[in-house]
Design a protein. Structure first.
Ligand code: NAP
Length: 332
């Protein structure tokens, strides 16, 4: 698989990564597919999808434990990307950016992941009670201690409660400017997909101009862009899409022209090319600093998604995607 580099530290990864969240969190059946999830991670490494993106809060903790079972045997083949800063309670999720907590959380992640170093340690969310410089300073200490190789920041797409006229990523850009004063940012993680292209406007160019890597989260539009979901079929109550404004039967039906467009482009590239692969190839085409991390808990999805690294969209394909209708249904 084509390789890409993450940030100034030039850490090299396969162009298509693997988002491990659906194996333990946020999707139907997340907690029921342990063995298949293990096969999925192994398949990703076999195919060169080396960047494995997880977080301590996925599960919570079980996603890192799962990855640890693979890393125990194949650490050298993997690029381990995890996150700190969110704590899962009984009924809610809270941010914790206190330096002492960050140090303890890192040690706990290392233990669960069965490794002595994390390649990319990302701040999942800033703690409004703690100046971000303090949190980032503690993370920088972890780099100096050799427990972490590089630091990343997850974007806050402030949906809802946004000031009129403010950009979706204004708050993230402010945070990035502040933490850059403390220690270099190697990667930013934010949603980027055909139906959520907002990061293209400011965030992606900001990263590119500074040699910062960009991890594209939710590049398949939470599965919608693969064309495998049927409007009206519904989701289990523990599936985040059960509450997502774009996944009501009405909005899924209204957004079908986007999938149809991806299907048309796929057909031009061959009978086996899928809309999901076109969606990932579109993300890959947004810059050499971009690495999509499609989430999956099935090995066959990983095989299909890895195939997107070989799909080169033409200028006409990209223009056709740009001309697709904007997605309907939003948090705003
Ligand atoms: N930083 C953050 O705040 C943040 C937020 C969200 C996500 N993320 C990261 O981004 C990663 C990706 O996001 P995501 O997993 O939510 O969304 P996604 O990658 O857009 O979509 C994942 C969904 O697509 C399905 N899928 C994957 N490949 C498929 C294929 N080839 N054909 C049909 N369906 C396919 C998966 O199904 P199965 O579940 O059945 O495998 C899963 O339901 C996460 O795993 C996580 O690492 C980060």
């Amino acid at each position: 698989m084509e390789r890409r580099t993450i940030g100034a530290t030039a850490l090299s990864v396969g162009a298509v990564g693997l988002g491990c969240m659906p194996m333990s969190w946020a999707y139907s059946g997340s907690r029921q597919r342990g063995e298949e999830s293990l096969r999925t991670v192994h398949r990703a490494l076999d195919l060169g999808s080396t960047l494995l993106d997880t977080a301590d809060m996925y599960g919570p903790f079980t996603n890192e434990l799962l990855l640890g079972r693979v890393l125990k045997e194949r650490r050298r083949e993997a690029f381990v990307s995890t996150k700190v800063g969110l704590l899962v309670g009984e009924q809610h999720i809270v941010a914790n950016g206190r330096p002492g907590y960050v140090r303890r959380a890192c040690d706990a992640s290392l233990r669960r992941l069965q490794t002595d170093v994390i390649d990319l340690y990302q701040l999942h969310r800033a703690d409004p009670e703690v100046p971000i410089e303090e949190t980032w300073g503690a993370m920088a200490e972890l780099v100096r201690a050799g427990k972490v190789r590089a630091l990343g920041l997850c974007a806050v797409g402030v949906r809802g409660g946004r000031r009129p006229g403010a950009g979706l990523y204004d708050a993230t850009l402010r945070q990035l400017r502040r933490v850059q004063q403390v220690f270099p940012v190697s990667a930013v993680q934010a949603e980027l997909s055909v139906w959520s292209p907002e990061a293209l406007r400011e965030l992606l160019p900001w990263c590119e101009a500074r040699g910062i890597g960009f991890l594209a989260a939710m590049p398949l539009g939470n599965g919608f862009l693969t064309g495998t979901l049927t409007p009206g079929e519904g989701f289990e109550p523990d599936d985040m899409r059960a509450r997502h404004p774009r996944f009501t039967a009405e909005m899924m039906a209204a957004n079908q022209p986007i999938v149809a467009g991806l299907r048309r482009i796929a057909a031009r590239h061959g009978p086996d090319v899928t809309p999901g692969q076109v969606a990932l190839a579109w993300v890959l085409a947004q810059g050499r600093h971009v690495v999509p991390v499609p989430g999956a808990k099935r090995a066959r999805w990983v095989t299909e998604n890895a195939g997107a690294a070989d799909l080169r969209l033409t200028a006409a394909d990209l223009a056709e995607v740009a001309g697709l209708p904007a997605a309907q249904g939003s948090w705003d």
